[in-house]
Write a new protein. Structure first.
Length: 198
């Protein structure tokens, strides 16, 4: 049986930072819209992440590669990781494309994520960006997929982690990003590949 490690990564996420030189930097969290509005209060905040899409030649449309089996079946048609990242950052936290040009994303790499609703485990390809106050002020206050967007201090995120207010997989990623950003050990990414080709 084919497992997640043999398939292409189908989830992409970003740790978006402000005031990163501070001892307690700001991290951007999002609360995505619930499919059932009556259940919105049960949706936890988390780091922005999303699903890679693939080009379906039968319909001529992009579709989400919802699981690793779908990603494997359509690996040749998967959108570039950078394109997915920009798309999800716009929809989940309102970050515009201009900010990607002004603040080059850095690559953390894949980290294991465990879903709390299904116990699925899969890799998320993580990136990091430190943005200016100008770029933060330019963010769309009503992103299409977000019910709410919140900036929290890393210490606040730790408290949310300890009380179970966020998925247990998020806080360790944010801590690692902050540490590596301080060490300047995260490589820059080439986002030219993210430009749309269709």
């Amino acid at each position: 049986m084919i497992g997640p490690l043999e398939s292409p990564i189908h989830k992409v996420g970003i740790v978006l930072l402000r005031d990163a030189s501070s001892d307690d930097p700001l991290v951007c969290l999002t609360q995505v819209k619930a499919k059932n509005p009556d259940e919105q209060d049960r949706v936890k905040f988390g780091l922005p992440k999303g699903t890679r899409r693939y080009f379906d030649p039968e319909t001529g449309h992009l579709k989400d590669a919802r699981d690793f089996i779908t990603a494997l079946a359509h690996r040749a048609q998967l959108e570039p990781l950078g394109a997915c990242l920009m798309h999800e950052a716009q929809e989940e936290v309102g970050l515009d494309k201009r900010s990607f040009a002004e603040h080059a994303p850095r690559e953390l790499g894949p980290r294991k994520f465990t879903s709390e609703t299904s116990d699925d485990r899969f890799d998320i390809q993580w990136y990091a960006m430190q943005i200016s106050e100008v770029a933060a002020a330019r963010m769309n206050p009503t992103p299409s997929d977000a019910h709410a967007v919140r900036w929290v201090r890393l210490s606040q995120m730790q408290a949310m982690h300890e009380t179970g207010e966020i998925n247990r997989s998020y806080y360790p990623v944010a801590v690692e990003v902050v540490q590596k950003m301080r060490e300047r050990s995260l490589p820059l990414t080439d986002f030219l590949e993210a430009l749309p080709t269709r």
